[in-house]
Design a protein around this ligand. Structure first.
Ligand SMILES: [Zn+2]
Length: 258
């Protein structure tokens, strides 16, 4: 199956970004959201891997900043959303498009998942999701260019992926996200367990990603805006909260103040 033979590893960048590296056993690779070229170039030099593809989820500098420098040294094909703020040459990716990484024998489909930015996209296949700054583990991105309704629609698309899909997002925010989620839903035992696991991992600086869509559906308040416990938590702030986007709006505003 496409995708099952791919290896994904994290190249840490800045204080809490992850640049994802995709390999398939050959001497070639792809990277996702290289905000900084330096750690990628260091890794490529060390391993001798040839960079063939660059996948971009959204236009923020901490996700695309390293691309021009990488393109000076590697003849890589860039896949990115339609957005005039992404100024280098790229293949525009729209909802439903298929991205073929022939040298890696890999294919990804595109989902448009706006809210963090208006043109944010995700790349996914049978068991892998690159969700950028939209679906964090136990959290979601800020709504810089979209509404709670946009984020609800985006979350619904991601929630519909198979439960065993592994989510590779753009930041190590999981520990703080668990602290907030426990305020919203203190009695959620899956969340309590995830929080303990994350605290253990972070105590020694270990990555908390990826998590599966199934785990996120059980723990992530922004994927659970139709669950009674989350709606009731939102109703304590605004009694008019109902399932879906109104609860999404209240929970996100609460997180922004947290
Ligand atoms: Zn961002």
């Amino acid at each position: 199956m496409q995708g099952n033979d791919l290896n994904i590893s994290a190249i840490p960048a800045f204080s809490d970004n992850y640049i994802w590296l995709i390999t398939s056993g050959e001497n070639v690779c792809a990277v996702v959201d290289p905000g900084d070229a330096a750690p990628v170039l260091k890794f490529l030099t060390k391993t001798g891997l040839d960079l063939r593809y660059i996948l971009l989820t959204h236009h923020h500098p901490d996700h695309i900043g390293g691309v021009p420098e990488l393109l000076e040294q590697y003849d890589a094909q860039v896949f990115a959303p339609a957005d005039e703020r992404i100024r280098f040459k790229h293949q525009v990716c729209m909802e439903g498009d298929q991205v073929v990484l022939a040298d890696l024998n890999a294919k990804f489909r595109i989902l448009e998942i706006p809210a963090h930015t208006r043109s944010h996209i995700a790349f996914y296949n049978e068991n892998i999701l690159f969700s950028g700054d939209t679906l964090f583990s136990v959290g979601c991105g800020r709504f810089f260019e979209g509404t709670a309704t946009d984020m609800q629609t985006s979350m619904d698309k991601l929630a519909a992926l198979p439960a065993n899909t592994l989510n590779y997002c753009g930041h190590e925010y999981t520990q703080a996200n668990c602290e907030f989620a426990l305020q919203v839903e203190p009695d959620n035992t899956a969340l309590q367990k995830r929080s303990e696991e994350v605290n253990r991992l972070r105590a020694t600086g270990i990555i908390t990603l990826p998590s599966s869509i199934g785990e996120e559906l059980a723990t992530n308040p922004f994927l659970r805006t139709r669950e009674r416990a989350i709606i009731e938590a939102a109703q304590k702030i605004d009694p008019r909260a109902t399932a879906g986007s109104s609860t999404m709006a209240i929970i996100r505003a609460w997180k922004d103040r947290f």
